[in-house]
Design a binder for this molecule. Structure first.
Ligand code: SF4
Ligand code: SF4
Length: 254
């Protein structure tokens, strides 16, 4: 990004938030993000505090940014358990490289917010801090949900209307008073494709309810152990049936 772009969204703080609200999505798009939204974290204060101990009073908003994954790679996932090339491509492109791109965008967005006079904290795209509960310091999916970019499906993945679960996310926490989106209601309906496709029944079936813990819907340990077992048999093996078989964003028939 050039210096002039930073200047573009660095007006005096009292000229905000409308200016910033209009320019931030354009900045994200220019940096390579495909989806942008703003979450009101005060709607999920307890969940945010419980997961990462993040003081929501300090950061009442999260800028949520998504990069769409390549259909050509996701569509190969059903062969990933047998074919090493599928896992190598998925891990390299959809995980490592996309995470680096997301981290870069979040860093630049956080700088822009700071230069505009606000506090901003970029949360790494993939950073687990709790090995027991198998979760990160902050849920990017929750932020995207609160921002109105999609709903949390039976698979516990964030499902977008445009691309289904074929998106990776990052968040920048901030006290900039950006207008927040409205959380989207559940769109899974009677679908159970991910439940039926999961080889270890890690996806239990109930629809997402904010009042119920993740464990009631998703057995993270069963998923992790299965991936470790696959990895032991074949380096960089991959599952991802819950991504490939979701009808939202899927164009290919298996
Ligand atoms: S990655 Fe595979 S094992 Fe894990 S939840 Fe998805 S379908 Fe199940
Ligand atoms: S596969 Fe069906 S039930 Fe599972 S997340 Fe996608 S829409 Fe929801």
């Amino acid at each position: 990004m050039s210096g002039s772009e930073v200047t573009l969204i660095s007006p005096p703080a009292d000229a905000l938030p409308m200016e910033l609200h209009e320019k931030m999505p354009r900045l994200v798009r220019r940096l390579g993000g495909d989806l942008y939204g703003v979450a009101d974290l005060t709607l999920a204060r307890a969940a945010v505090m419980d997961q990462g101990g993040i003081d929501v009073d300090e950061y009442p908003r999260a800028v949520s940014i998504g990069i769409r994954l390549m259909d050509s790679i996701i569509d190969q996932l059903p062969q990933g358990r047998e074919t090493r090339a599928v896992g190598v491509t998925y891990h390299t492109e959809c995980y490592e490289y996309v995470n680096r791109r997301l981290d870069d965008i979040a860093s630049r967005v956080a700088s822009a917010l700071q230069n505009a006079g606000f506090r901003a904290l970029p949360i790494p795209a993939s950073e687990r801090i709790d090995d027991q509960r198998i979760c990160a310091m902050f849920s990017h999916k929750l932020a995207a949900h609160l921002a109105g970019l999609g709903w949390i499906g039976r698979s516990c993945l964030l499902i977008t209307p445009q691309y289904g679960p074929r998106v990776r996310w990052i968040s920048v926490l901030t006290d900039a008073p950006l207008p927040a989106g409205e959380p989207m209601s559940d769109g899974c309906g009677f679908c159970r494709h991910c439940v039926d496709a999961c080889p270890v029944k890690a996806i239990k079936g109930p629809a997402f309810r904010e009042s119920e813990p993740r464990e009631s819907r998703y057995d993270a340990l069963a998923c992790q152990e299965y991936l470790e077992e696959l990895g032991g048999r074949k380096e960089r093996a991959v599952c991802g049936m819950c991504i490939a078989f979701c009808p939202h964003g899927r164009k290919k028939r298996y």
